[in-house]
Design a protein around this ligand. Structure first.
Ligand code: ADP
Ligand code: MG
Length: 363
């Protein structure tokens, strides 16, 4: 097991990249701590698989280094990196039995038969495929094939990292949830570094202790699920995480204060000196309430989602979502929006630009 360091990593699939837009990975500097449960989260095409394939050695980066415990492995082929990788679609041997498929990575490394048998049965039990150990893989459903594929990734206990690249894509929705919690459980049991790639925020937030959010070939934030929810470092993270995502509203700033629709909006703290660029206010729907005073808006939609209502109101031409626990307004009502100050942030060109008030200055 090892700490994995990515240093000044860049990758372009084209031979002579010119600008940043030619790079599938722009500049990645990242430490993956030994034993961590990580999710790599971002929309399709943002570079997740590229990053994973660079770690596993399927791809050599155009620039930069990969270190395992400080040792440069950038040029090492995959089989010398001691990594298990599970792909989006099952990779198994159709002609072998389920048992032999699971045993293969161990046999290949000369593990003794008793240990192989124990490990195969443990993993099969965990994935609930123990009933089918003697069946040939060819006849299995896609779900089960993918479970075997995941099992092959998990069966060795000497790997540096187990990486899953959107492994639940082919899995039935009701099984997805179950497998995800199994993986989490397994991580807690074996404490091996795991990197779980997904474009689905729910998958990322339920599996990982730390989530690495990517957009357009760049890492935009690394944090715990709570950190990503509470204080998105970039408006993209605000949008991408949450349901509905963070309200991001065009604003102006003067002397450390921010204004939306001509009204000053109380913030978590001052806007950093020297802030310029496109200014926006970010506040999550969970922290928008209705009051007697505030920013006037017209209710456009009200959705009852059980324990609360999601209200969509128009402040001028800008849509603001609010999640309300109490009584909800009606469509067409005029309301006044209030933003909870300590949860209201300023972004400049997408990046967070306000700083939280310290305990003393808030007191
Ligand atoms: P993700 O896994 O997040 O969906 P990828 O890493 O697969 O993203 O792709 C990142 C970018 O690199 C995309 O623009 C994609 O089209 C491009 N890309 C991926 N693989 C190749 C390849 N083999 N050749 C050329 N371009 C590629
Ligand atoms: Mg991918």
């Amino acid at each position: 097991m090892a700490k994995i360091t990515l240093k000044n990593l860049r990758h372009a699939y084209m031979p002579q990249p010119k600008g940043p837009e030619d790079y599938a990975l722009k500049e990645v500097d990242l430490d993956w701590q030994d034993g961590g449960a990580y999710a790599l989260l971002g929309p399709s095409g943002c570079g997740k698989s590229t990053l994973l394939n660079i770690i596993s050695g399927l791809l050599v980066p155009s620039e930069g280094q990969i270190l395992f415990d400080g040792q440069d492995v950038t040029q090492l082929p995959p089989d010398q990196r001691n990594i298990a990788q599970v792909f989006q679609f099952p990779v198994i041997y159709d002609t072998m039995t389920v048992y032999d498929n699971l045993a293969f990575p161990l046999k290949n490394r000369g593990v003794d038969p008793a240990t192989i048998d124990r490990r195969v049965r443990e993993i099969a039990e965990m994935l609930e495929v123990n009933e089918m150990l003697n069946r040939r893989a060819a006849g299995l459903s896609p779900d089960n094939k993918q479970k075997i594929s995941m099992g092959r990734g998990l069966v060795r206990d000497d790997v540096n990292v187990v990486m899953f690249d959107e492994p639940l894509t082919v899995i039935d929705p009701h099984l997805k949830w179950k497998l995800r919690s199994k993986l989490k459980e397994l991580h807690q049991k074996i404490n091996r570094t795991m990197i779980y790639v997904t474009h689905d925020q729910t998958e990322a937030l339920t599996f990982a202790d730390k989530v690495v959010v990517m957009q357009l070939g760049e890492v935009v934030q690394i944090g715990t699920p709570v950190e990503l929810f509470e204080r998105p470092a970039h408006t993209f993270v605000g949008h991408f995480i949450g349901s509905p995502g963070m309200n991001v509203l065009p604003a102006e700033q003067r002397d450390g204060a921010a204004f939306f629709q001509g009204q000053q909006v109380a913030l978590e703290g001052p806007v950093a000196a020297g802030t310029s660029g496109k200014i926006e206010i970010g506040v999550r729907p969970e922290f928008v309430t209705l009051g007697q005073t505030g920013i006037p808006a017209q209710v456009r939609k009200v959705a009852d989602i059980g324990r609360h209502h999601v209200v969509e109101a128009m402040a001028g031409e800008h849509k603001v979502a609010a999640i309300l626990n109490g009584p909800a307004p009606q469509q067409g009502d005029t309301v006044h929006l209030q933003f909870r100050p300590d949860q209201t942030r300023v972004y400049a060109d997408g990046w967070i630009a306000s700083t939280p008030a310290t305990e003393e200055s808030a007191a």
